[in-house]
Design a protein around this ligand. Structure first.
Ligand code: NAD
Ligand code: IMJ
Length: 256
């Protein structure tokens, strides 16, 4: 099959290292012929991301901490100055205080609640507003979610509430931007061992539990999430907006 994203301009936010879901997505986008712009959170990640960007053949790499309005403004200015249309954007960012992922949800502080929602949810709204003017021929915006938005999952806590708000934001953004032929969707991935999963209590047990119960009797792989991102980013996904697509080996459908 010919390349599905040939010469499409794509922007991927949330690449930290080789284990990042954003890395798998970037690799798949390049495989399908896309041009790639990458952003990273800040100085601490600069060197690693520069190395990965070179390996991936990214055309540009920008620093963007989504809590900094100036960074988001800069991103939108750069995109418009490039003078080229933007076709797809991947938002693969989440953060909550580690303590909030370990103690009871009812103990979440106002500050911790707001931080999780700012980084993990509001940032999608801010990014969508920043990139939309560059999507002159329509486009596709996608984010990463998790089942903890719909079900109570031990220790996911404030992140689950932020993901619920993220999925609702996907629907409202899809309704707003649809008339410009900009689609907005979420991919709800099954548990994957990334930096954001490391250190989470009993994560290996969760992986085993899911693999045992899921219809496909295994865990989801980053490459599978990435191929769904390719579908959403390109012409094959043209009729899909406001949706949450589960890439989780089917785990989400199961009851007893
Ligand atoms: P990761 O740690 O590689 O990615 C998280 C990214 O968020 C990092 O690149 C980090 O730099 C970025 N980030 C955090 N705060 C930021 C800020 N203020 N500004 C800019 N960037 C910031 O882990 P991952 O598992 O690849 O996570 C990517 C997305 O996938 C997240 O939204 C996560 O919730 C979601 N997800 C992960 C899993 C899993 O099991 N790993 C499952 C479902 C969904
Ligand atoms: C995270 C916490 C608790 C349970 C969890 C997870 N399960 C899964 C995750 C079952 C799959 C990973 N996930 C889906 C996330 O969205 C993770 C977000 C996250 C992780 C950390 C760890 C380090 C830190 N803050 C974080 N903020 C968000 O300090």
């Amino acid at each position: 099959m010919s390349q599905l994203l040939k010469d499409k301009n794509t922007l991927v936010l949330g690449l930290a290292n080789r284990w990042s879901i954003a890395y798998a997505i970037s690799k798949a986008f390049r495989r399908e012929g896309a041009n790639l712009i990458l952003t990273y959170q800040g100085d601490r990640q600069k060197d690693t991301v520069e190395e990965l960007a070179e390996e991936l053949g990214a055309s540009r790499i920008l620093s963007c901490d989504v809590t900094q309005e100036a960074d988001i403004r800069h991103l939108s200015e750069i995109l418009l100055a490039e003078g080229e249309q933007l076709d797809a954007v991947v938002h693969s960012i989440a953060f909550a205080n580690r303590e909030d992922l370990a103690r009871p949800f009812s103990d979440t502080s106002r500050e911790g609640f707001l931080l999780a929602h700012e980084v993990s949810c509001y940032s999608l709204v801010a990014v969508a507003r920043a990139v939309a003017p560059a999507m002159v021929a329509g486009g596709s915006i996608m984010t990463l979610s998790y089942l903890g938005s719909q079900r109570v999952i031990t220790n996911y806590n404030v992140m689950g509430v932020a993901k619920a708000a993220l999925e609702a934001s996907v629907r409202y953004l899809a309704a707003d931007l649809g008339p410009k032929n900009i689609r907005v969707n979420a991919i709800s991935a099954g548990p994957i061992k990334t930096a954001s999963a490391r250190g989470i209590k009993d994560f290996s047990t969760i992986l085993e539990f899911v693999a045992e119960k899921a219809p496909l009797r295994r865990n989801a792989e980053p490459a599978e999430v990435a191929d769904t991102a390719v579908f959403l980013a390109g012409n094959l996904g043209r009729g899909v907006t406001g949706n949450v697509i589960y890439v989780d080996a089917g785990y989400q459908i199961m009851g007893y």
